[in-house]
Design a protein around this ligand. Sequence first.
Ligand code: GAP
Length: 507
Amino acid sequence: MANEDIFKKIIAHAKEYGFVFQSSELFDGLAAVYDYGQYGVELKKNIMDYWWKSMVQYHENIVGLDAAIFMHPNVWKSSGHVDAFNDPLIDNKDSKKRYRADELIEDHIEKIQNKIQKEVNKARKKFGEDFDEAKFRGTQPRVIKYTEQIVDIKKRMVDALEKEDLKALKQLIEDLEISDPVSGSKNWTDVRQFNLMFATQMGTTGEETGKLYLRPETAQGIFVNYLNVQKTGRMKIPFGIAQIGKAFRNEIVARQFIFRMREFEQMEMQFFVRPGTEKEWFEYWKEQRMQWHLNMGIAGENYRFHEHDKLAHYANAAFDIEFEFPMGFKELEGIHSRTDYDLSAHQKFTGKKIQYYDNEVNTGYVPYVVETSIGLDRTFLALLTAAYQEEKLEGGSERVMMKIPPFLAPVKAAILPLVKKDGLPEKAREIMDSLKYDYMCFYEEKDTIGKRYRRMDAIGTPYCITVDHQTLEDNTVTIRERDSMQQDRIPIEKIAGIIAERIRVKR
Ligand code: GAP
């Protein structure tokens, strides 16, 4: 199945089974804004818990924070976002579609990379076990030519972005003969800078002084609370502050479901370190964060690191963890070395000292920061992508199963009386009442048992507990495991232990 078709199916499934709805659908929808439905909200909450525990609960030197979305407008002047949080946009005059100029160029680079990969795959097939990929990449003329092209394009793009030379950016698009992916037209407007922050008004005067921004990243709430937390928590460097919260960006191109939204949620952690140790911590967090993803049980080949070509205005090193979404490998999380950029900027702007006195080296300094920043919604989409499975079953029937890692599944166990009579619902309710205080359970007695199993498969419920007539005689039930569909008969008192074991978070 083409990736585009899979993406469409995932989006349709997310709606049909109450994971994600278009915002304000009743009013024809609001672009790039989404609502999470009854199962979506559970999955989202479980991802948040997993992140929070792994950051705050398992690290004695990381504490949490919940800063307000509204902040003093000068925070964003001081942080550089008012001047520099821009995307270069370009319009196609024929299709009237708007694009990010740098993304058009990156997509072009990706196409050349795909050509290289094709050559490599062909050669591997031809030479079999003797194939030396590194040697092939370094000697095959076509591959060398493509690689040089990529280096040249990246250099021109980064130069243009760093110098904010919008003419050069457009020239590059024209030189590469990049066409509109929708219409094929090469009739482009000039490139313009576009600030991504949403502004709103505080109070009723309507004057410029009341202008507020909806935060485009949660990180600044952490920076402006650095002193509060460090002092009241008596925190010693190295230490971290973690936060989960909404962020808002007026994205130019927002047409990839919950991948690029205008209102989204970030899970960010700022790790404050002694200057000079930031490289070491950067490597530590790169490895830790990749492990966090792998611990979900999704195959490692779905992830890769990508080093930034152009650094954000605050960073001196940056890697993304990319995930293979249906539209290809794309950014899921960023790990950034932000130096002392933000704290120093706020110190300068406010005139208030933001220093740490380090007793170990008997000196005071502005701490350096290594940041890990992951999109909650993108993690959600990554999970849906990895989980969505269509299966042909014996006897010719089919099922759609969401192979969500059990510890993240919205519902852990469904309690299903085989029939709606003979005292089975009452017995099933007893079991439901004994389990529901420990984890999310679902009770259902409507429809055939087969249909009920399918519905639970479709939302990723790892266990179905069926109460039948034998239950009334010997206090046993059947427990059906989602992936294998295997059913075992077990005593009622063993249910809780079996489920608890399976839904434990892996570390
Ligand atoms: N504080 C650093 C920062 O905000 P970023 O790379 O701009 O860095 C971090 O964003 C993460 O937030 C991204 O890796 C992505 O997962 C998520 N994110 C960014 N923009 C988003 C959007 N428009 N929709 C959904 N998630 C987004």
